[in-house]
Ligand binder design. Structure first.
Ligand code: FE
Ligand code: FE
Ligand code: ZN
Length: 293
């Protein structure tokens, strides 16, 4: 099972610290933001302990394919109302591609964005035209458009949106998909029948284009279009359905990344990973975090 979580990327050890954090959870995959997810301020590459991080991954048997970058969620390539917002998205993505390449990450997860006051069609067209402005993408970088919950004016709450975006892109080979279980459940897909969801994904997009899974429970009922993540087993999707995703043979080689909420300031990932590896649901470890300071 290839499983990990999103991890921090901060002083003093930056990417090396991210790898160490992942190892402390018993993870063999990790996802990081190259800086604060809510802004576009970034530190110089030579200050990030990249070589040390790579060495540490190698020593611990972690494949570089399982180190994933998440682009900041404030960038919005679907915004045609304020073109400067979409342009900033492209400008920033170009830098993010360079940074991911330097870090050695292959996959960059990107939210398709929100169409704000226009409509879905305009949103999809805007994303295509903005992404097509990106000058060059190295061969081994794949930008993974994430499935969204459909909150507000988000684009990407149906597999068909992502298929249409990718269809319009010039460098198709540099794009793929990240499937978020909380988001697709909130968008209305039935997580109790995940094999049918994968059939649908395969028909509309192609399973070979699925490179990352975000494994999250949801605080809301199916179809709620809210996007509030919940700890594994504590939400509306439930442990059994998420365990089936984690162990599904068809996506065995796709890294599963937890983005579940901290409990009382404590990361839940070590325990969630243990549960998913063992197949045994045990909420008592998460409960302990509630009273821990
Ligand atoms: Fe995301
Ligand atoms: Fe996600
Ligand atoms: Zn989310």
């Amino acid at each position: 099972m290839i499983i990990g979580s999103h991890v921090g990327m901060k002083a003093p050890e930056y990417v090396l610290g991210s790898v160490k954090e992942a190892l402390s959870y018993g993870a063999n995959a990790l996802m990081l933001y190259t800086g604060a997810p809510q802004n576009t301020k970034r530190k110089a590459l030579d200050e990030l302990f990249i070589d040390e991080a790579k060495k540490c991954m190698e020593e611990n048997g972690l494949s570089m394919d399982n180190l994933i970058v998440h682009a900041p969620y404030i960038i919005n390539p679907a915004n045609s109302v304020k073109p400067e917002v979409a342009e900033l998205a492209v400008e920033f993505l170009e830098k993010e591609i360079e940074r991911s390449y330097a870090i050695g990450a292959k996959y960059i997860v990107l939210h398709p964005g929100s169409y704000t006051t226009t409509d879905l069609e305009t949103g999809i067209e805007t994303i295509i035209s903005q992404l097509n402005k990106i000058q060059s993408i190295p061969d081994n970088i794949v930008i993974c458009l994430e499935t969204m919950a459909g909150k507000g004016s988000e684009v990407g709450f149906s597999f068909s949106h992502l298929a249409r975006i990718m269809d319009g892109l010039n460098h198709k080979e540099n794009y793929g998909v990240c499937l978020d279980t909380c988001h697709i459940h909130d968008a209305g897909y039935d997580m109790n029948d995940f094999d049918s969801v994968l059939d649908e994904f395969d028909k509309v997009i192609g399973l070979d284009r699925l490179h990352v899974v975000h494994l999250n429970d949801s605080k809301n009922v199916r179809g709620a279009r809210k996007d509030r993540h919940e700890n594994i087993g504590r939400g509306a999707i439930g442990f059994d359905a998420l365990y089936k995703v984690a162990t599904n043979k068809r996506i065995e080689n796709v890294p599963k990344i937890l983005e579940t909420p901290y409990i009382n300031g404590n990361a839940p990932y070590k325990y969630e990973i243990e549960m998913l590896k063992s197949g045994i649901y045990d909420d008592s470890k998460l409960k302990e975090l509630e009273s821990k300071d």
